[in-house]
Design a protein around this ligand. Structure first.
Ligand code: HXC
Length: 257
């Protein structure tokens, strides 16, 4: 548990919660605390799915501009590498992860949301990569994860202009996956996460590894990765339970460890 970031676990769902008012700016300490909790969420068996949440008001307004402004080159290189590494640790949590976006997800805030498998947003949110308006560019995955998610042209529009994208357009572009009333954001994210809390954890882990790992490879190697992960699941009790239950009781009735 950190000063600005906490992990609360209930019924298999772990909520990583940012709490650094007013906009959850990501400074060096927040980055370190997030890394620690990504590790904890990865290692704890009672965490079966994860919600990234910034509270009712705002997800995150980005890296802390006041902290970054006077950094030297070596200092900012270190900060950028740390944040990039932290976001990779979150992206690599081998469990379903959903971002619950309220208010703003800007700069490093959107980069954090992009590490999730699924994004739920309030219908009043604004997301974007406004770094260009500060005379810099996204530095923690914004040019990479966003381009992989929505393609290079739309990413260039967003990164070159730095404009704020409203919820409806973000949904249309595929930056967010679901838009709900502002007050329902956490509940909708929780509903998405909770459906996996009693799921086959090793198969979910393999599915994520196959999809995310495969996207980093050429197709023949990605298909090999998938094939190996598929076969490896025959070493699990969940595969035995799942198939036995189908044969005896029909689809959708299996219970998993
Ligand atoms: C530090 C920030 C901040 C930030 C807001 N604040 N964003 N402080 N870093 N990223 C502070 C403001 O200075 C202000 O402090 C208080 O939070 C409230 O902000 P306001 O602007 O008064 O509120 P509002 O009008 O509601 O606008 C909210 C906002 C806007 C839309 C989030 O503040 C904004 O555009 N922020 C900057 C967004 C941005 O450029 N993000 C990218 C950062 S670069 P005071 O003390 O005056 O109350 C980045 C790089 C990542 O993320 C890669 C790093 C490796």
């Amino acid at each position: 548990m950190g000063e600005f970031v906490t992990l609360e676990v209930k019924d298999g769902v772990g909520t990583i919660r940012l709490d650094r008012p007013p906009v959850n700016a990501l400074n060096a300490q927040v980055t370190a605390e997030l890394a620690e909790l990504a590790k904890e969420a990865t290692e704890r068996d009672d965490v079966r799915a994860v919600i990234l949440y910034g509270g009712e008001k705002t997800f995150a307004g980005g890296a802390d501009i006041k902290e970054m402004a006077t950094r030297t080159y070596p200092e900012i290189a270190k900060f950028g590498a740390n944040l990039t590494g932290t976001l990779a640790a979150i992206a690599n949590i081998p469990k379903p992860v959903v971002a619950a976006i309220t208010g703003y997800a800007l700069g490093g805030g959107l980069e954090l949301a992009l590490t999730a498998d699924w994004r739920v947003a309030g219908d009043n949110v604004k997301v974007g990569q406004p770094e260009i308006q500060l005379g810099v560019i996204p530095g923690a995955g914004g040019t990479q994860r966003l381009a992989r998610l929505i393609g290079p042209s739309k990413t260039k529009d967003i990164v070159y202009t730095g404009r704020f994208v409203k919820a409806e357009e973000a949904l249309r572009l595929g930056i967010v996956d679901q838009v709900v009333a502002p007050d329902d954001v956490y509940a909708a994210a929780h509903k998405w996460a909770a459906q996996f809390a009693n799921g086959p954890a090793v198969a979910l882990r393999a599915a994520k590894a196959a999809i995310d790992g495969g996207l980093d490879m050429d197709l023949p190697n990605a298909l090999k990765l998938e094939s190996h992960l598929f076969a490896a699941l025959w070493a699990t009790q969940d595969q035995q339970n799942g198939m036995k239950s189908f044969i005896e009781n029909g689809p959708g009735k299996a219970t998993f460890e």
